[in-house]
Design a protein around this ligand. Structure first.
Ligand code: GLC
Length: 749
C-alpha cells in the first residue's frame, strides 16, 4: 500500500485530526458523548430515545416534555417557527440543553418535487439523482429539517404493492447505485453543512417482499436471498455513510424487523460496522404485540432495545418501560448508553449543538429556478419511451392540431405523486400547461378531459373527446393513476387502468388519429391491450413538479429519451411476482409458450413453466427503453475464455448509432452463473454505460470485470465466486433478444 493510497491517506488524516483536537483541547465526538452521558439521568437518556409526532397525540405535552428532557426528536414538527420554538425550549430551558433533531419525509423533494423514486431509478443516472437529493436537502434544511426518512431502499418485485412507487425498483445493483447517490446527495461531504441533512435508509429489511403485495404483510426470505438481493442497497447506503436506518413493519422469517437481532446486530452493526442510529417506523415496535411476537408493551421495549432500535418513533414504549427494565436489571445501563451515544453522535455530526436553529431564512430557496431546472431534467430522464411507431415522435412539422385527452393531463396533485407532504399540486406545471406554451398559429392545442377524474366510470365526456381527436393530427392520451392509488398501504389487486380510462382509449382508437399514450402512475400497470393500437407509448410515472415541461421537451425533441425500465412491465397481474433475474427452474418455458395456441389438446401442450392462458414473458423487460435513434450491438469479444482468480477479464463490443439522430444508449452488462451451490438467476445486471453517439457513429464499449463481480452468498453462506461456466451478455435490455452472448470459465484454484 503506497503512501498515496487513498485509504491510508484517510487514516493518516483521521489520526492527525484526532491529534490536533487533543492538542487544542477540542474534545472528540466520543469525549463529548461520554461527558454528556456522565451527566444524564436515566430519564434523560430515555428522552433522547423518544421521538414525538407534533401532528398527533403528542401536541399537548410536547413543550413540557421537551423542557423536562423527555424528548430527543420530533417528526412533522410544523414550520420554521414551530421548530424554532421547540428547539429554543430544548436548548435554553431543559437541564442539559441537548438539541432536538427534526425529521420529515422528504422522499422525492421538499417543495420542488422530483419524480417518484421508482421513476428516478428509471433515469439510470445516479449523478442526477444525487443532485436532486442535494436540492431536496437544501430546501428541507432551510425549513429547519435536520433529517429525512429517505432513501427508501426496499427492492420490490410486486407492483401490487403500493410502495413500489417509493422503491428503487426490482434490481439490487441499480438499487445500490440509487442508495449511494441519495445518501451522498442528502448528506453532502459533511453533515454540519447547513445545506445538508441526515439520510435514513429504510425500511430495514425485506419490507418489499410483502406477501400478495399487501403492505405490512409477512415476508419469508432465506438468508442467501436476503443477502443477495434485499440487503445490498442498505449495505451500499451504510458504505456511503448513511446517518440513520429505519426498521420496517414486516416480520422477516417470523421475527419483526424492529426486534430482529440478526439483521440489526449481526449484520448492520457487527458485519457492516454501522455507527449511526436506528429508528423504528411509526408504531412498528408496539405492533409487535399484534404480530404476536411481544406479549405487552414492556416486552416491546425489552426486545426492541436488545435488538438495537435506538430511537422509538411515536409509540412511547421506551418512555413507559425502559427505566423500569433497567432498574429491574432486565437491561444493562451500558446498552442504554450505547444507544444514546448513537443518537448523540449524529446530533454532534449535524452540528446541532453549535447550530441548533435553521439557517437564516431565504425565501428564494424553495422552488428556486435552479431547483426546478434539475427537476425538469430528472423528469425528462425518467420517462420511458416504450413505442414510437412510424416516428410519430418527436412531433412532426406536419402536425398542426394536437388533441390532449384525459384528466391526468392537467392534474397537479397526481403529477406530484405519493409521499410528497410538502409538495403542492398548484406548483406543478402540468402537461396541458406545457403544451399550451408551444401553441401557436401553426400549432393548435385542444384539451378535452373525457373523464372527470381518472377513477370516474362515467362515459358522458367521451363524445366531446372523440370529436376533438377526430379533428386533430395527433392525440396525446393521458391515462393512469391519481396519487392516492400508490404509496403506503395503497395496494391494488389489479393493475388495470382505473375507472373508464380503458373504454376512453378504445373509443379514441376508433378515430384512426395517431395516438401517443402517456401513462402517469406510481407503479407498473397492465397496458397490454392498448399497446398495439397506439403509435407511441410513454411511461411517465408521477413525474413531479416539472413533469409537464419535461414531457413537452421530450415529445418536441428538445430533450432526448434516455430512460430505461427499472422494473419489468407485466402483461397481466396473474404473472406477479415477475422479474428478470429469476431462476431457470428445471422446466423453463420455451419462447413459443405464449398462451393457448389453436388446437391445444386437452392436456397442456408441454409440461413446462408457462401459462395456458397468457404469455409468460413480460410485456416490456427490465432495462428496456427506446431513444429517438436506433442502435446496433455487434462483435462481442472477451479478452480470454478464462478468468483466473485475481485476474480481470475484458468484454468489449461494437455499438453503432444506426439511426438519424444523436442519442444516448444505455449499454447493459449481465452475467449468468451457469452452475452454483445454489441455483442462480438467468441473468444479473452487474454494470452499464450511458453512451452518446451521433448518427452513424460507432464505438467499442468496454467492460472490465473481476471475480468480485461474480461473487454471491453461497449455499454455505460464504461470500465468493464459484468456479465454472459463466455467460456474459451485453445489450439494450434484459430481454435475450436484445443481448449479445458470450461465455467464459472462472478458474479459482
Ligand atoms: C410511515 C412510513 C415511513 C415514514 C414514517 C414517518 O408509516 O412507513 O416510511 O418515514 O411513517 O412518516
Amino acid at each position: 500500500m503506497t503512501l498515496l493510497d487513498p485509504s491510508l491517506t484517510k487514516i493518516v488524516l483521521i489520526i492527525n485530526l484526532f491529534a490536533v483536537q487533543c492538542l487544542l483541547g477540542v474534545p472528540t465526538d466520543q469525549a463529548r458523548i461520554d461527558a454528556l452521558l456522565e451527566k444524564m439521568t436515566l430519564a434523560e437518556k430515555v428522552g433522547q430515545m423518544s421521538q414525538y409526532n407534533l401532528g398527533s397525540q403528542d401536541r399537548d405535552v410536547s413543550e413540557s416534555d421537551v423542557r423536562n428532557g423527555m424528548v430527543g426528536s420530533f417528526l412533522n414538527a410544523g414550520d420554521r417557527e414551530s421548530k424554532q420554538r421547540l428547539q429554543q425550549i430544548a436548548v435554553d430551558e431543559s437541564r442539559l440543553g441537548i438539541p432536538l433533531i427534526f425529521g420529515r419525509d422528504v422522499i422525492h423533494g421538499y417543495r420542488t418535487i422530483f419524480p417518484i423514486p421508482l421513476a428516478q431509478s428509471a433515469s439510470w443516472n445516479p449523478e442526477l439523482v444525487k443532485a436532486a437529493a442535494a436540492v431536496a436537502a437544501r430546501e428541507a434544511a432551510q425549513m429547519g429539517i435536520h433529517w429525512t426518512f429517505s432513501p427508501m431502499l426496499d427492492i420490490s418485485r410486486d407492483p401490487r404493492w403500493g410502495r413500489i412507487a417509493e422503491s428503487p425498483g426490482e434490481d439490487p445493483y441499480l438499487g445500490t447505485l440509487m442508495a449511494k447517490a441519495m445518501v451522498e446527495g442528502y448528506q453532502g461531504n459533511n453533515l454540519d453543512d447547513p445545506n445538508t441533512i441526515a439520510a435514513c435508509a429504510k425500511h430495514y429489511v425485506g419490507y418489499g417482499a410483502a406477501e400478495g403485495g399487501r403492505d405490512y404483510n409477512t415476508t419469508w426470505i432465506p438468508e442467501q436471498y436476503l443477502r443477495n438481493v434485499y440487503l445490498r442497497p442498505f449495505k451500499a447506503a451504510v458504505e456511503a455513510g448513511v446517518a440513520t436506518v429505519m426498521t420496517g413493519f414486516n416480520d422477516l422469517n417470523g421475527i419483526p424487523a424492529s426486534a430482529n437481532v440478526f439483521t440489526l446486530r449481526q449484520i448492520l452493526r457487527d458485519e457492516w460496522k454501522f455507527n449511526g442510529f436506528v429508528v423504528s417506523d411509526w408504531t412498528s415496535m408496539t405492533e409487535m404485540i399484534l404480530h404476536g411476537f411481544c406479549v405487552d408493551t414492556a416486552d416491546v421495549a425489552l426486545k426492541s432495545a436488545i435488538a438495537g432500535v435506538d430511537m422509538e418513533m411515536v409509540s412511547h414504549s421506551y418512555q413507559m418501560y425502559l427505566e423500569q427494565l433497567v432498574n429491574e436489571g432486565a437491561i444493562n445501563i451500558k446498552l442504554i448508553d450505547e444507544m444514546v451515544a448513537n443518537i448523540l453522535g449524529v446530533k454532534i455530526k449535524l452540528g446541532l449543538f453549535e447550530n441548533p436553529y435553521p439557517p437564516a431564512e431565504d425565501k428564494q430557496v424553495l422552488l428556486h429556478a435552479d431547483h426546478l431546472s434539475t427537476a425538469r431534467q430528472l423528469a425528462a430522464e425518467s420517462m420511458v419511451l416504450l413505442k414510437n411507431e412510424g416516428q410519430v415522435l418527436p412531433i412532426q412539422p406536419s402536425v398542426k392540431r394536437i388533441a390532449i385527452i384525459g384528466p391526468l393531463a392537467d392534474d397537479g396533485d397526481a403529477q406530484i405523486g405519493t409521499w410528497a407532504p410538502d409538495g403542492r399540486g398548484e406548483d406543478a406545471i402540468t402537461p396541458l400547461a406545457a403544451f399550451k406554451v408551444i401553441e401557436s398559429a401553426n400549432l393548435k392545442i385542444e384539451y378535452v378531459a373525457g373523464l372527470e377524474h381518472p377513477r370516474s366510470t362515467s362515459t358522458s365526456g367521451f363524445r366531446k373527446a372523440v370529436k376533438a381527436v377526430k379533428k386533430a393530427d395527433l392525440a396525446f392520451v393521458f391515462v393512469g393513476e391519481d396519487e392516492l392509488l400508490s404509496g403506503e398501504a395503497h395496494n391494488r389487486a389489479f393493475l388495470s387502468l382505473p375507472g373508464a380510462q380503458a373504454e376512453l382509449i378504445a373509443e379514441i382508437i376508433k378515430t384512426k388519429t395517431p395516438i401517443v399514450l402517456v401513462i402517469m402512475a406510481g407503479r407498473p400497470l397492465t397496458i397490454t391491450e392498448y399497446i398495439s393500437e397506439c403509435e407511441g407509448v410513454i411511461y411517465a410515472w408521477h413525474p413531479g413538479t416539472m413533469g409537464g415541461p419535461a414531457l413537452v421537451d421530450l415529445v418536441t425533441g428538445k430533450s432526448q429519451f434516455t430512460a430505461r425500465l427499472p422494473v419489468v412491465l407485466p402483461r397481466t397481474v396473474g404473472q406477479i411476482p415477475l422479474y428478470y433475474a429469476h431462476m431457470n427452474t428445471g422446466r423453463p418455458a420455451t419462447k413459443d409458450m405464449l398462451g393457448i395456441p389453436q388446437g391445444t389438446p386437452q392436456d397442456p401442450i408441454a409440461y413446462l413453466s408457462y401459462y395456458l392462458d397468457a404469455d409468460y414473458t413480460p410485456l416490456f423487460d427490465f432495462g428496456f427503453g427506446l431513444t429517438y435513434s436506433t442502435f446496433e450491438y455487434s462483435k462481442l469479444e472477451l479478452s480470454s475464455r478464462e478468468m483466473k482468480s485475481g485476474e480481470t477479464l475484458t468484454a468489449s463490443c461494437t455499438l453503432q448509432n444506426t439511426g438519424n439522430s444523436k442519442a444516448i444508449e444505455t449499454a447493459q452488462l449481465y452475467i449468468r452463473d451457469r452452475f452454483g451451490s445454489l441455483t442462480r438467476p438467468v441473468k444479473e445486471l452487474i454494470g452499464y454505460q450511458r453512451i452518446e453517439l451521433n448518427p452513424g457513429e460507432s464505438t467499442r464499449v468496454v467492460f472490465e470485470l473481476s471475480e468480485s463481480d461474480l461473487a454471491y452468498w453461497k449455499q454455505d453462506l460464504g461470500f465468493g465466486a464459484e468456479a465454472g461456466e459463466f455467460h456474459l451478455m451485453v445489450g439494450s435490455s434484459a430481454n435475450d433478444d436484445d443481448l449479445l452472448l458470450s461465455k467464459f470459465n472462472l478458474v479459482t484454484e
